[in-house]
Design a protein around this ligand. Structure first.
Ligand code: 5RP
Length: 237
């Protein structure tokens, strides 16, 4: 099977394109992070170049998004330059039946939550493997932590019943360092029965910047599926 025929890649591409096609001219757009959102950015770049879309401004959620947007000719602004965000497009690691999410697979969840929460409309782009009945069932919960606070934060998380591990780099010795210069702890919870409460409890631990639970933030989920051998997009709104 070639990369082009890889069903997961096809699903990611379809939802990325579908989300980008919802962006209108003159919009301020939150640009998410991850391999699915990358397809949305490519489509936005294409639409800008063809003239179908004009005058959009992007707010990147990570270094990845900012570098790619510059390559694709998507103009960028910061939160200091705007008084609102019209639409944000971002991926997720898990989506539950209430449209609550776990994010942070790319260690970008702190900026992602900031930008995605500010958007009038937040569109999540996922392939069907990301849908779960209960958050935490397939993915560890990422927590961004100030480096000096790593030991007390890990102890506090253990007291809450979580099993924390520091995320380590791939092709980089030592831990992952976020775009903000912090560390990420991935936490296994046996069961996340109340995501809203856990989101607040974790953020109340001194030294925690943000965790990857996104409760009540998503407006629309675009799910990439393969039906009869063809990639399709299901809308959950
Ligand atoms: C980055 C994220 C990503 O959006 C999430 O990990 C999904 O990534 P992908 O689209 O590559 O599966 O939260 O922090």
């Amino acid at each position: 099977m070639t990369t082009e025929q890889d069903p997961v890649k096809l699903m990611k591409q379809q939802v990325g394109f579908a989300a980008a096609d919802r962006v209108q001219s003159h919009s301020i757009v939150g640009l998410g992070t991850g391999s699915t959102t990358v397809h949305a950015l490519y489509r936005l770049g294409e639409r800008l170049r063809s003239g179908e879309l004009e005058d959009i401004k992007g707010i990147p959620t990570s270094f990845q998004a900012s570098v790619l947007a510059k390559e694709l000719g998507i103009p960028l602004v910061t939160l200091d330059d705007v008084d609102h965000i019209d639409i944000a497009i971002d991926g997720a690691d898990e989506v539950d039946p209430h449209k609550n999410l776990i994010k942070g697979g790319g260690a970008a969840h702190t900026r992602e939550k900031l930008v995605d929460s500010l958007a009038d409309q937040f569109i999540v782009v996922v392939d069907s493997s990301k849908l779960v009945d209960r958050l935490g069932s397939t993915f560890l919960l990422p927590v961004e932590v100030l480096p000096i606070a790593i030991t007390p934060v890990m102890a506090a998380i253990k007291k809450l019943g979580g099993q924390p591990e520091i995320r380590m780099g791939v092709k980089k010795a030592g831990p992952v360092v976020t775009d903000q210069g912090n560390l990420v702890i991935d936490v296994k919870f046996d069961s996340i029965s109340n995501p809203a409460e856990l989101e607040k409890t974790l953020n109340n631990i001194p030294g925690v910047l943000e965790n990857g639970l996104f409760v009540g933030v998503a407006d629309i989920i675009l799910v990439g599926e393969i039906k009869d051998g063809q990639p399709t997009v299901r809308v959950i709104s």
